[in-house]
Design a protein around this ligand. Structure first.
Ligand code: PHE
Length: 350
């Protein structure tokens, strides 16, 4: 072999290496290339072994030619390592990050269960779907317009007080508030559907209360809305009564008592037979035999108008009540705060 044959071989090795390295994207392929080209039994090592066939005076130059190719290949590979290693790591992270279940499944042998409040919500949805209602949702962060204005709650109303509402610190024309009730979803439903509307709207709401045995700052309500031609207070009363018997059982009753809400007129509070004493009177119901569950009433004409409906054509009723409160009654929970603490001893006990 002479020098020109050697450089032909080296040129071939170079170009073959370039071709293969261009396609290499994993560490294991690069390691393979390294051993194929500059490893102990690789292409370059083979050439060193053939140096003996070259005339002695040319051997130093031949050795330099081979060294140059070896150095280039090794340097190229070294340069490539960090980027490929980084790419592989982020691929692993991406595939790991969304799979915490693999860890949970291995370490947790018990079966999971649905949170009591979620269970109540699902039962309520079932009952209302059975009565012909659809289930709708709305955003938890609302503009003041949806949460207050459109619901006929004027600027000076105490419900707007910063004491009761959480305001979000956002740049924009509209003030944004964490919804204080599910009633704003009434407006959204009336805007996006044409009557007849028969809908329930469950969801989380927020109030700046101090948490105690019967209050948490984030809780759940379910709103009901019916809008159609010729809807009367009688329809409201019978819907509440039907729901009460379906949820609590046939021996339970509901009653309505006059109340005030800006978005309904007339308005009422609805009460159901005390679940603890079944109406006889006990400490929980302060001896009355009744427990207050929520509010209701005929949708105020201003509210229909705000949502773009003509109160001369349509009428409707709405109701709303707390899902957590209902869960508290059903499961006889002394302190509501347990529902947000996720204490497994409690969660497993119910
Ligand atoms: N939004 C009222 C509340 O949070 C409840 C309600 C809903 C009253 C619908 C009347 C009609 O207290």
């Amino acid at each position: 072999m002479d020098l020109s044959q050697l450089s032909t071989v080296l040129t071939e090795i170079n170009s073959e290496f370039d071709q293969r390295i261009a396609e290499a994207s994993t560490l294991s392929v690069i390691d393979q290339l390294k051993s194929d080209f500059v490893g102990k039994k690789g292409r370059v090592a083979l050439l060193y072994r053939q140096l003996g066939q070259i005339e002695a005076s040319l051997r130093p130059s031949a050795g330099e030619l081979i060294n140059a190719v070896r150095d280039r290949i090794e340097a190229t590979i070294e340069d490539l390592y960090p980027a490929v290693r980084r790419a592989e790591r982020s691929k692993t992270i991406a595939s790991d990050v969304n799979d915490p279940t693999s860890v949970i499944l291995r370490s947790y042998q018990g079966s999971g269960r649905i949170h009591p409040v979620t269970r109540t919500r699902m039962e309520l949805e079932d009952i209302f779907v059975g009565m012909g209602f659809s289930v709708e949702e709305g955003p938890e962060a609302e503009s003041e317009w949806y949460n207050f204005e459109a619901l006929n709650i004027p600027k000076f109303h105490p419900a707007r007080d910063g004491q009761d509402s959480f305001y979000l610190d956002l740049d924009g024309d509209d003030q944004v508030v964490l919804r204080t009730h599910t009633s704003p979803v009434q407006i959204r439903v009336m805007q996006s559907q044409t009557p007849p509307i028969y809908a329930v709207m469950p969801g989380r709401v927020y109030r700046r209360d101090t948490a105690d045995a019967r209050h948490t700052i984030g809780f759940h309500q379910i709103e009901g809305l019916v809008v159609d031609k010729g809807i009367t207070f009688g329809h409201l009363a019978s819907t509440i009564e039907t729901f009460t018997k379906a949820y609590f059982g046939p021996d339970m009753n509901a009653r309505l008592r006059p109340a005030y809400f800006p978005f309904t007129e007339p308005s009422a509070e609805f009460e159901v037979t005390c679940t603890i004493c079944r109406g006889k009177g006990c400490r929980t119901c302060s001896g009355t035999g009744w427990i207050e569950l929520g509010g209701c009433g005929m949708v105020h004409p201003n509210v229909l108008r705000a949502a773009g409906l003509d109160p001369e054509v349509f009428s409707g009723f709405a109701f709303g009540f707390g899902i957590d409160r209902l869960t508290q009654m059903r499961d006889e929970i002394a302190d509501m705060r347990i529902l947000t603490e996720n204490d497994l001893r409690y969660m497993r006990s119910i």
